[in-house]
Design a protein around this ligand. Structure first.
Ligand code: KIV
Ligand code: ZN
Length: 520
């Protein structure tokens, strides 16, 4: 177990920064980023491999789906703490505990707003009532577990003497972590540092708790603010993979961690993240939610280590450090290297899969090896990205209600309109249809939609080449909406029409799963 109660209570003097990942909770509040239960568990496993200290798995009282996700993650991970969010009311806390109690190291996370604007307009409570509510809630949570976090929502716009009073009260009541969120992404780094410093100087029991920060990126300052807070004494950073989250997102985990690592001389603090798992985790999340990582994103973006200018390329070839402050290998990024081919053995495939950050059993390696060989029949060079696409497609694809068996498309600008012939397996039974469309993609989607009996709205369609070369696999992402539910689907194939068909069917399966989970 990574953090026991003694490390939690060491407080801000320690040089250890705890990484609290909220991808599954705040991150999931990002538009279009909802995940199914299986996907949450899969991501939680990856977060555990990455070495995060705490996984916030959801908000159990918010919905049955969230409750189940927190419960499932609690039962799955053993090496990190699992937190569940709740409002400062007994019913929410009890519900969170019900979901968390199976965890090896559970944490109850209670939040309550402390800013004048939130107290007056949202809570309609006086500061005295808020103080009392916070105290009662933490006492209740602390009667269930010693590991309790309190978040003063909108702390950055709160009056400092009142904030200090709330923090002191909740620590007395049993909070072992006090979070000071910049909920609306408004604060500036120096101001945020000053708030943390003010609390360390004005809350007499502050050394009994870890000070945590939680920043939103509305002004693009979430990472800078989090780091300024660490410099001022905060020792827990709440963050998400790829910075996803409510509105403009949260602090990007990869960025704060690499700042702490690369500039250890400046921060003099360390965290427990296994940096080589940063890139595989970023890719896993991107695949799950179907949200590509922007090419120019710091650390994990495709261009983060690419040198275009001749002068830079020349410098890097002579001495890497001339233009590179970190090594791509440190974040687990392998080059666009030709890795495997038709004659690659099982061992080479297993080694590559492990290098990409996936741990698969023997049967799964066999499935991946067969798929790599099949791909090698039609594609000369197999790159790391191809292998990863196969792993995600063949191993982590959710059990399908709808299966695409065959797809044949007629396209071009001749007299016959574009049309598609599809055979699908639906609940074990083969169904076949031939249909037309305005273009080939429209024909594919029309035909699949008609066979499956679902015609959701197509909200997004994008196609990317996984690697370079005209024989590269195409990776298609679609987002479908049906009433209040949206689902992302992905498919990869050397034929982009087949990739589109796979992506559409994948999204249909996920949509069906979501409706099922929310009506369970
Ligand atoms: O942004 C915020 O204030 C939050 C809290 C619930 C921690 O997400
Ligand atoms: Zn937040």
């Amino acid at each position: 177990m990574k953090n026991d109660d003694s490390t939690v209570s060491r407080g801000y003097q320690s040089d250890r920064v705890y990484i609290f990942d909220t991808t599954l909770r705040d991150g999931e509040q990002s538009p279009g980023a909802t995940m199914t239960l299986q996907e949450k568990v899969r991501l939680a496993r990856q977060l555990e491999l990455l070495g995060v200290d705490i996984i916030e798995a959801g908000f159990p009282a918010a919905s049955p789906g969230d409750f189940e996700a927190v419960r499932a993650v609690s039962k799955t991970v053993t090496n990190c703490q699992v937190a569940g969010l709740c409002r400062a009311v007994a019913a929410d806390i009890d519900r969170a505990w019900e979901a968390l109690k199976h965890a090896a190291n559970p944490r109850i996370h209670v939040f309550l707003a402390t800013s004048p604007i939130h107290m007056e307009h949202k809570l309609r409570k006086t500061p005295e009532q808020v103080l009392e509510m916070a105290k009662t809630a933490i006492l209740h949570a602390a009667s269930l577990t010693k590991n309790v976090e309190f978040s003063a929502e909108d702390a950055s716009r709160s009056e400092l003497p009142f904030l200090a009073k709330v923090v002191e009260t909740v620590i007395d009541a049993g909070a072992t972590t006090v979070n000071i969120p910049d909920t609306v992404g408004y604060i500036q780094p120096e101001e945020y540092g000053n708030i943390i410093r003010y609390l360390t100087e004005n809350v007499k029991n502050i050394n009994k708790a870890v000070i945590s920060v939680h920043c939103h990126d509305d002004l693009g300052l979430a990472v800078a603010n989090s780091l300024a807070a660490v410099k001022a004494g905060a020792r827990q950073i709440e963050c998400t993979i790829n910075g996803i989250g409510e509105r403009a997102g949260n602090t990007a985990m990869d960025e704060v961690v690499m700042n702490l690592n690369v500039r250890h001389d400046y921060y003099q603090c360390s965290c427990g993240i296994i940096t080589e798992q940063i890139y595989p985790t970023a890719r896993t999340l991107s695949h799950i939610i179907g949200m590509p990582i922007p090419a120019n994103k710091a650390i994990v973006g495709a261009n983060a280590f690419a040198h275009e200018s001749g002068i830079h390329q020349d410098g890097v070839l002579k001495c890497r450090e001339t233009y590179e402050i970190m090594d791509a290998a440190a974040i687990g990024k392998t080059g666009n290297d030709m890795v495997l081919g038709k004659h690659s053995g099982r061992h080479a495939i297993k080694a590559k899969v492990e290098e990409l950050g996936y741990t698969l059993n023997d049967d799964q390696i066999t499935i991946v090896s067969d798929a790599v060989k099949k791909l090698a029949d039609i594609k000369k060079e197999i790159f790391s990205e191809d292998v990863e696409a196969i792993v995600l497609e063949e191993i982590f694809r959710m059990p399908d209600k709808f299966k695409l068996k065959y797809l044949q498309v007629h396209a071009g600008n001749g007299p016959i309109p574009p049309n598609a012939s599809v055979i699908m397996e639906i609940n074990g039974e083969d169904k076949q249809l031939h249909n037309f469309g305005v273009g080939p993609i429209d024909a594919v989607f029309n035909t699949i939609g008609t066979i499956s009996g679902c015609k959701p709205d197509l909200e997004q369609f994008s196609v990317n080449a996984i690697t370079g070369g005209t024989d590269a696999q195409g990776e298609v992402t679609v987002r479908l909406r049906r009433n209040n539910y949206t689902a992302i689907g992905r498919g990869a194939d050397p034929d982009i029409l087949v990739a589109a068909g796979k992506a559409y069917v994948n999204a249909l399966n996920r949509l069906a799963k979501k409706v099922e989970e929310n009506h369970a």
